[in-house]
Design a protein around this ligand. Structure first.
Ligand code: M6R
Length: 619
């Protein structure tokens, strides 16, 4: 949610900043801006409403020289998305320019105080208050920028990642974070001179260096052209920067011939999941090795229950995880919306294990939920995709998805990565607890190993649906139905359609229809039913009958070779047979494709749907 880029070094900053904004655009895309200090120490700020290309267009007629700069792509919180509210924001004297990700909760009282001191404001943003507050500290304490930032942040309540320029000191870049991510890329150019790059995540940095420092909460960093990188915390205690190596390649951030990241990520799933299970499934010895579980066996064996906290798509995968862990490891599992859990004073015991599931590892509500659990003494486990993310670092242990960067706002490969990781986790705990019969355990290991190939089969057999999807362009509503393991898949299919095509869709447990929602069904209502030839097949067939008798249009997901449901359906997606617990990994694929092609037929921007951002770092 909002992206920050920064640079200081010998190169021209503008091209680096613009490229970085393009890479971060998935985090927010309602306006963008850039601030640069040129050789004459002029501080220029350019801002535009809309996407980064609008900013580029504006800047094509401006002086964008300078070897130090900061930039921002915004997802509006305070103040509508327009040029005035876009970042960077100037301070009153226009000596300072600041970009910000997060929310300053006490901005109203700070603003009132500043107004008493003669400050005036151009925008409605909390960010303008912050930059003015830093200037106020400089004025009242006659201190340098670094100290002023430190003093200012001590008065701030809320979350922030900031980067700030001071035209009176064009050789320094200052940044800080609390609750919003910020990464510093460290490199030396050919002449051996230091350069620093800033990013909300690693995507704008990886092109230049793979050596990074993850700034921690309440840390402030100063970088200068001599290679100085000093970090202190708000209490002014010096911290030692810890250099890490990024595990990411540039081609993972490109579309690789696909028209959209979402479609690329859908097709990447077989390989992404192969990487996810590599080294974790031992097919020869029929074993599951998850170091996060092995190192903390006792916590899992002796826990009273597991609570999984997540949001959105991650919540759907958590629900599938619950069904599997309960079935395989016989541990009660509760799945919680992190945003509800964090505010409702839940009962948490010290012998609970709390699992956070999050692609980005930065979702503010999920982070707050585990902080609450930590304060009650629970053991925290993270299932994240982004390496080094806040949730990954805040948890006691965890497992990374290793499905590669997910850029499309609609989550696809992270969902299947989470489902398979929760499957591995359930199996690993079941092995330690001895809750599964050996034969069943081995059979599940074998089946899991085959899932990537079965995903490929599913993609190959359902790829030509662009024409079919066009028929639904004019629909106002969709219903998605599933039972057991496929109920969360119905929720996920409905979410995918809503977020990228803007068609209203509801996911329901199939048998719940007759308790109310069936009243919605008429000849105009497409009903997507996940009906594999497994588990509750006969019951789902009856549920389909109920819809058909009300003239609903049936789109089904069936097991290869099934004819019964096929004949009852207006359109059918096929998937290969697999165990009940792994059906979601295959059944979700046609639903991802359906939402993609309906959205394309409606002319939507699937990678950057309206009002959304990839990583939700505000509550
Ligand atoms: O990064 P997280 O997994 O914590 O994100 C949670 C949700 O914001 C996310 O899954 C969201 O629902 C996606 N846009 C769904 O496609």
């Amino acid at each position: 949610m909002c992206g920050i880029v920064g640079y200081i070094g010998d190169q021209e900053a503008y091209p680096i900043l613009i490229k970085g904004l393009h890479r971060l655009e998935y985090r927010g895309y309602d306006s963008a801006g850039v601030a640069l200090i040129n050789n004459e120490s002029d501080l220029s700020v350019y801002k535009a409403k809309g996407k980064v290309v609008a900013l580029e267009q504006l800047c094509s007629e401006k002086d964008v020289s300078g070897t130090i700069g900061i930039a921002h792509t915004r997802w509006a919180t305070h103040g509508e998305p327009n040029e005035v509210n876009a970042h960077p924001h100037f301070s009153q004297s226009r000596h300072l320019a600041l970009v910000h990700n997060g929310i300053i909760e006490n901005y109203k009282s700070l603003r009132a105080e500043l107004e008493k001191n003669g400050f005036t404001f151009c925008s409605q943003t909390d960010t303008e208050v912050l930059v003015q507050w830093v200037e106020h500290m400089q004025n009242t304490h006659h201190c340098d920028l670094y100290t002023a930032v430190q003093l200012a942040l001590k008065n701030v309540v809320g979350a922030y990642a900031i980067a700030i320029l001071d035209k009176t000191n064009p050789d320094q870049l200052v940044c800080a974070r609390k609750g919003s991510p910020l990464i510093i890329g460290v490199s030396k150019n050919e002449s051996g001179r230091s350069e620093f790059y800033l990013g909300s995540d690693a995507t704008p940095i990886i092109e230049y260096t793979n050596k990074v420092v993850y700034l921690k909460d309440e840390e402030i960093a100063i970088m200068d052209r001599t290679g100085r990188l000093d970090i202190t915390n708000l209490a002014n205690v010096k911290q030692t920067p810890q250099l890490c190596t990024l595990q990411m390649s540039l081609d993972q951030l490109e579309k690789g011939g696909f028209p959209h990241f979402m479609l690329k990520e859908i097709w990447e799933q077989p390989n992404a999941l192969r990487t996810c299970i590599r080294g974790r499934l031992n097919i020869v010895d029929k074993d599951v090795i998850l170091s996060g579980i092995l190192d903390n066996k006792d916590k899992f064996i002796n826990c009273r229950r597991i609570i999984i906290c997540a949001c959105g798509t991650s919540w759907h995968s958590a629900l599938i995880g619950k069904y599997f862990i309960e079935e395989a490891a016989h541990i009660p599992v509760e799945v919680e919306y992190a945003s509800e859990f964090r505010y409702r004073n839940p009962v948490i015991y010290p012998d609970d294990v709390v699992i956070a599931v999050s692609q980005s590892g930065e979702t503010a509500d999920t982070l707050a939920a585990i902080q609450l659990a930590k304060s009650k003494g629970a053991f925290l486990y993270g299932i994240c995709n982004v390496i080094g993310s806040s949730i990954a670092r805040a948890t006691d242990s965890g497992t990374y998805l290793h499905v590669g960067p997910e850029i499309g706002v609609a989550s696809t490969k992270a969902f299947t990565g989470q489902v398979i990781t929760l499957g591995l986790l359930g199996l690993a705990i079941a092995k330690e607890k001895g809750t599964l019969d050996d034969k069943i355990f081995h059979m599940l290991v074998d089946e899991l190993q085959q899932i990537p190939d079965k995903m490929q089969w599913t993609l190959d057999h359902n790829k030509d649906i662009a024409h079919f999807a066009q028929m639904f362009t004019y629909c106002k509503n969709f219903i998605y139905l599933g039972r057991g393991y496929n109920y969360p898949v119905a929720l996920e299919g409905a979410l995918k359609l809503k977020e990228i095509s803007y068609i209203h869709a509801e996911g329901y447990p199939a048998a719940e229809m007759k308790h109310g929602p069936i009243a919605l069904v008429d000849e105009e209502m497409p009903v997507v039913v996940i009906a594999p030839k497994r588990g509750m097949y006969d019951k789902v067939v009856s549920n389909i009958q109920e819809i058909k008798s009300r003239k609903g249009k049936i789109i089904s997901v069936v097991t290869e070779g099934d004819t019964v449901v096929k004949e009852m359906s207006d359109y059918c997606f096929v998937i290969p047979d697999t165990r009940d617990c792994f059906v979601p990994l295959l059944a979700v694929i046609p639903l991802q494709l359906l939402s993609y092609y309906v959205a394309i037929a409606k002319g939507r921007n699937v990678d950057q749907p309206r009002n959304l951002a990839k990583s939700v770092t505000v509550e």
